[in-house]
Design a binder for this molecule. Structure first.
Ligand SMILES: [Zn+2]
Length: 487
C-alpha cells in the first residue's frame, strides 16, 4: 500500500477522471512527480514554470498544510493521504492562466455570473472548460441542456436517438412544433446553439448500451442522468462508478420527482446503494404509460442543472448522500439522507460487479418505451400474436373475439376499441379469476408492450389461447382507423 493522493473535482479531468491516485514515494515532491508523470496534463495545473507549486494550490498531508510542515520536502509514510486543495476564492489573475480565457463577448454574456462573488471569473472559466454528458434529451434534458448551455458549459454531449413526437411538446421545451418528426439530438443541438453559440455540442444518436457506455461517458467530466427507463439508469450508474464520474440523477413520475448526486466520490452513495435492484417489470409505469405534469421535469431538470454547475465550479454543498423528493401537488420538498452501502455490489471496496452487465435482462424490461419503427406485417406468423389487419377481418366477418385491454382507465378515455374488457396490467394478478382460461383472449394496450407482458403472464397461469395485438391501439389507429386519436 502506498500513498493516496486525493484529486479535487476541478483537476480530475487531467487525472484520467480519477479522484484518488496511489503512488509510492518518500516525500511530497516525489509523490507529485510520480503523479504528474502518470498524468502529464496535471503538471501545468500544479506547478508554475519555475517548478514551484502554484500559489492557488495547497497540498495537505492529512490535516496539515505542507506549508506548515517541510514544504515539498515533507516526508510521507505508507498510508498517509495527500490532499490537493485548489483555492476557490482569490488567487491572482496570473494564477488562472491554466484556465481558458473569456472573450469580451463572453464576459458580457456571463456578466451576471461574474458579479456573484462565489462564482466570479474563476467559476465561469471552470464552466467553459467543463464537459457534461446528458443521458436523454427529453423532459429532464430540456431544462438541463438549455440552462447549462446558457450558463456557459464548454461542451455538452447528448445521448438520444429518438425523434420528436407531438406528445413531447407538452414538456420538452428543447423542441418546437415544427420539430415534430425530426431527430431529437439534432433539434436539441439547434436549440442549444441558438441559445449559446459558444457551447460545443456533441451528439450521440445511439442507444446507450453496455458495449458503448464506457467509451461515450469517459470523455466527459460530469454525467447527468435524465433517462426514462430502469435498464439505462442502472447502466449509467454502473458506468459512472467504474469511470469515477459524478452522476447527477433526476427522475419524474406524474406529480413527483427525485434528485440526487450519486458517486460524487468514493465516500458517497451510488444509485445501487439506494436501490440495489430494480422494481419488478410492470410495477412502475413509464411516463408514456402513466403521464406526467408538464412543468414537473422543468423543476427537477433545473435542480439537476444547479448540481452540475456546483460540481464543476466547486461552490456550495453538492447533493451527495442526500435525496431530494418533490411533490408538486402538495408543493413539498423533502430531504432524505443517503449512505454509501458498505455491502454495495458495485461501489463497495470489494465489488461483485466489475464490468457492465446485460441491463435489459437485469431489469426484465426493454431500455426504451416506444413502438418499433419497423413496418407492421399484415399477417402474423407467430401463433401468440395477431395483427390489426387480422383483427379487422375477424370483425368484418362478424366475429366478436374477447379483447382484454390492459391499459389504465385514463388511457381508455382517450381512445378505445368497441366491446373490450378493461383490466389494467398491474391489477391483472389479483383479477385473474374474472377471466375464462378456456376462452381465446386478445390482449391490447397502447403500443403492444404491456399487452405482451399480460399475454405471457396469462399463459404462465394456464391460459391456453392468448394472443397479443401487435402494435396495440397505435397500430389500429395508423393502419385501420386514422380518425382514432393517439397519445
Ligand atoms: Zn453503491
Amino acid at each position: 500500500m502506498g500513498t493516496k493522493i486525493l484529486i479535487p473535482t476541478a483537476l480530475r479531468q487531467y487525472a484520467g477522471g480519477h479522484d484518488v491516485v496511489e503512488v509510492s514515494a518518500g516525500d511530497v515532491a516525489k509523490a507529485l512527480a510520480e503523479l504528474t508523470s502518470l498524468y502529464p496534463a496535471l503538471k501545468k495545473n500544479l506547478f508554475a514554470e519555475n517548478g514551484k507549486l502554484r500559489s492557488f494550490i495547497n497540498v495537505y498531508k492529512g490535516e496539515e498544510n505542507i506549508k506548515n510542515l517541510n514544504q515539498l520536502e515533507t516526508t510521507i509514510e505508507e498510508g498517509d493521504e495527500l490532499l490537493i486543495v485548489p483555492s476557490i476564492a482569490g488567487g491572482a489573475p496570473a494564477d488562472l492562466e491554466v484556465l481558458h480565457e473569456l472573450s469580451n463577448e463572453e464576459i458580457q454574456r456571463y456578466s451576471r455570473h461574474l458579479l456573484v462573488p462565489e462564482f466570479g471569473m474563476e467559476g465561469q472559466k471552470k464552466l467553459k472548460q467543463a464537459s457534461v454528458l446528458m443521458i436523454g434529451a427529453g423532459g429532464l434534458g430540456s431544462p438541463l441542456g438549455m440552462y447549462l448551455a446558457a450558463a456557459g458549459v464548454g461542451k455538452l454531449g447528448i445521448v438520444e436517438y429518438d425523434t420528436v413526437d407531438y406528445s413531447n411538446l407538452q414538456r420538452q421545451l428543447l423542441y418546437k412544433t415544427a420539430d415534430v418528426g425530426r431527430s431529437k439530438a439534432e433539434a436539441a443541438r439547434d436549440t442549444i446553439k441558438s441559445i449559446n453559440p459558444f457551447v460545443e455540442v456533441e451528439i450521440h444518436q445511439v442507444p446507450l448500451t453496455s458495449l458503448n457506455a464506457l467509451d461515450i461517458l469517459k470523455h466527459y467530466d460530469v454525467v447527468a442522468d435524465g433517462t426514462d427507463n430502469f435498464p439505462t439508469r442502472y447502466l449509467v450508474n454502473d458506468a459512472c462508478v467504474m469511470l469515477g464520474k459524478p452522476n447527477v440523477y433526476g427522475s419524474i413520475f406524474r406529480f413527483e420527482g427525485q434528485v440526487s448526486v450519486f458517486h460524487l466520490n468514493d465516500d458517497t452513495a451510488c444509485y445501487r446503494c439506494l436501490y440495489p435492484e430494480p422494481p419488478p417489470p410492470g410495477l412502475v409505469p413509464s411516463c408514456a404509460q402513466s403521464g406526467v405534469l408538464g412543468v414537473l421535469p422543468g423543476i427537477i431538470g433545473s435542480l439537476q442543472a444547479i448540481e452540475v454547475i456546483k460540481i464543476i465550479t466547486g461552490i456550495g454543498e453538492p447533493l451527495a448522500n442526500r435525496l431530494i423528493t418533490f411533490d408538486a401537488l402538495k408543493m413539498k420538498f423533502r430531504e432524505l439522507k443517503l449512505k454509501k452501502d458498505p455491502e454495495c455490489l458495485l461501489c463497495s471496496e470489494h465489488p461483485a460487479i466489475t464490468e457492465l452487465i446485460d441491463y435489459e435482462q437485469f431489469c426484465g424490461m426493454p431500455a426504451h418505451d416506444r413502438i418499433e419503427k419497423k413496418p407492421l406485417a399484415k399477417v402474423s406468423t407467430d401463433p401468440n400474436e395477431i395483427t390489426v389487419h387480422e383483427l379487422k377481418s375477424r370483425f368484418d366477418r362478424g366475429e366478436k373475439p374477447f379483447i382484454l385491454d390492459v391499459r389504465n382507465p385514463t388511457e381508455t378515455q382517450i381512445c378505445c376499441l368497441e366491446e373490450t374488457t378493461l383490466i389494467p396490467l398491474n391489477e391483472l394478478p389479483a383479477r385473474l379469476h374474472e377471466l375464462d382460461a378456456q376462452l381465446e383472449i386478445i390482449a391490447l394496450c397502447r403500443s403492444g408492450a404491456r399487452s405482451d407482458n399480460a399475454a405471457e403472464f396469462l399463459r404462465k397461469n394456464g391460459f391456453k389461447n392468448v394472443k397479443n395485438l401487435v402494435g396495440g391501439i397505435l397500430a389500429w389507429s395508423k393502419e385501420i382507423d386514422p380518425t382514432m386519436p393517439t397519445y
